[in-house]
Design a binder for this molecule. Structure first.
Ligand code: EPZ
Length: 423
């Protein structure tokens, strides 16, 4: 187990390059097994989730060749089946994309029941509803999910809940189904569009990704392709918030400003100066931010993945703000850790009321999940003194070289071994 040791109180200054989008990459890697040819994926973030998925692909006899510069080649031709049973798969939620991709390629797949961040119950009923509508049988036993179909036939599927995962998983199973599939009430996040573009580069016929109705015309064969993953809007938003929390000035490079509109608008409302210029965004906060109210919504609303980092900024902003978490029912585990640092936060159901304090105090805290960990890093950076953050494995799952990127911005942060935990 490792920990971050942070000497906070320094303004972040300089430039940071955003990596490829984790939540696109963790869908595109499993989707690559649909290709009957070589797939080359560029701008792959170097995080433990992608490294795990590449290991799972190799365990299924796909040939994985790292080409350097965040590029990997995957040749799935030698695969005979799609089975991700080992505990590696149960460690991350995205392993469930092997169900849709395995159905599309082999009409069969077996995957360990998904794990991932503990931010709520995270059911998969909509994924199952989609697979069954396409003609698959789904079995859940002994911690494994098995899907199998004699034949996959296109269907009209209305999602009861707007689900990113279910939208993507159904797309992966439908691209080679017979006939047309229509997904209604589909998720519209940028990574849905990225996955659809990847599938279309292989020869799939996916239309309407990015809207709430996606139409997929099944094809017989999908070939190899080359694809560069879009920049990570959540990573970018995290650095934007960190720049504001340390009253610094940071140029954030390799972004798509459109994907960041809700965060940019909220930060401007809080008196942060934001200049967009092509694929770069400059964030500057010379004084204490004003508080604000945030409601998480599906895209293009304020993303649930940034409410935790934002709560650290609200904790030191002027006035009382609130965060209403409308997507996940258990996404306030970071609040107690922030309170140990002197934050004044009250959680009532799905609303966190945050009374800004002048400054937080350093403490020893623990990351409960990926974005909670990011929130604690921001809180630690914002105040003088030494903060230790334990269980950073959660953070390393989703932020590519975060300590190096922060060090380049002037932060005093180091990754150290937590000797206690390893006893
Ligand atoms: C994806 O999770 C992301 N993870 C999450 O990011 C992100 O918070 C979430 O989308 C929302 O944007 C990955 O892409 C790997 P959902 P996912 O299905 O697909 C309910 C991060 O920090 N639901 O859109 O699991 C669900 O309980 C992670 O990077 C059902 O009821 O999210 C939730 O309330 C955390 N039934 C809502 O829908 C289902 O079958 C949205 O979930 C599926 C979901």
């Amino acid at each position: 187990m490792n920990k971050f040791i942070i000497q906070g109180g320094k303004k972040l200054k300089g430039e940071v390059e955003i990596s490829g989008f984790k939540n696109a990459a963790v869908a595109i890697l499993p989707a690559s097994i649909l290709a009957e040819g070589k797939v080359v994926i560029e701008n792959l973030p170097n995080i433990s989730d992608t490294r795990t998925l590449l290991k799972i692909l190799e365990s299924m006899n796909a040939t994985v060749i790292p080409l350097g510069n965040n590029t990997v080649s995957i040749e799935p031709a030698k695969m005979k089946e799609c089975k991700a049973e080992h505990d590696m798969a149960s460690g991350l939620r995205a392993s469930y994309y092997f169900l849709g991709a395995g159905l599309g390629r082999f009409h069969k797949a077996k995957v360990a029941y998904p794990g991932g961040c503990h931010i709520g119950s995270r059911p998969i009923d909509q994924h199952i509803k989609g697979f069954e509508a396409l003609g698959a049988k789904v079995k859940i036993e002994q911690g494994m999910i098995s899907v199998q179909a004699r034949e996959l036939k296109g269907a009209k599927i209305y999602l009861d809940v707007v689900s990113v995962g279910a939208t993507i998983n159904i797309m992966l199973a439908a691209v080679k189904a017979k006939g047309q599939t229509i997904i209604e009430n589909a998720a519209k996040e940028p990574h849905i569009v990225d996955v659809a573009n990847f599938l279309n580069a292989m020869g799939a016929k996916v239309k309407g990704a990015g809207t709430d109705t996606i139409k997929i015309q099944g094809v017989k064969k999908l070939g190899g392709c080359e694809h560069a993953i879009i920049p990570d809007q959540i990573e970018a938003g995290t650095y934007m918030i960190a720049a504001a929390a340390t009253r610094g000035e940071v140029l954030i490079k390799n972004v798509i400003p459109k994907h960041l509109e809700s965060i940019t608008a909220k930060l401007i409302e809080m008196d942060v100066t934001i200049d967009e210029n092509g694929d770069e965004i400059r964030v500057k906060a010379s004084k204490r931010t004003k508080s604000a109210d945030i409601k998480t919504l599906v895209y293009p609303g304020f993303p649930t993945d940034l409410q935790q980092p934002m709560s650290s900024l609200l904790a030191i902003s002027e006035g009382t703000g609130s965060i209403t978490e409308n997507i996940f029912e258990g996404r306030f585990k970071h609040v107690n850790e922030l309170k140990r640092m002197g934050a004044s936060i009250r959680v009532e159901g799905k609303v966190a009321i945050i009374e800004g304090v002048k400054k937080l105090s350093p403490a020893t805290v623990k990351a409960s999940d990926l974005r909670a960990g990011a929130a604690l890093i921001i809180a630690a950076l914002s105040t003088k003194g030494t903060t230790e953050i334990y269980e950073v494995e959660h953070i390393l799952r989703g932020y590519d070289r975060i300590e190096e990127k922060l060090q380049n911005l002037g932060a005093k942060i180091e990754l150290a071994e937590d000797k206690e935990a390893d006893k």
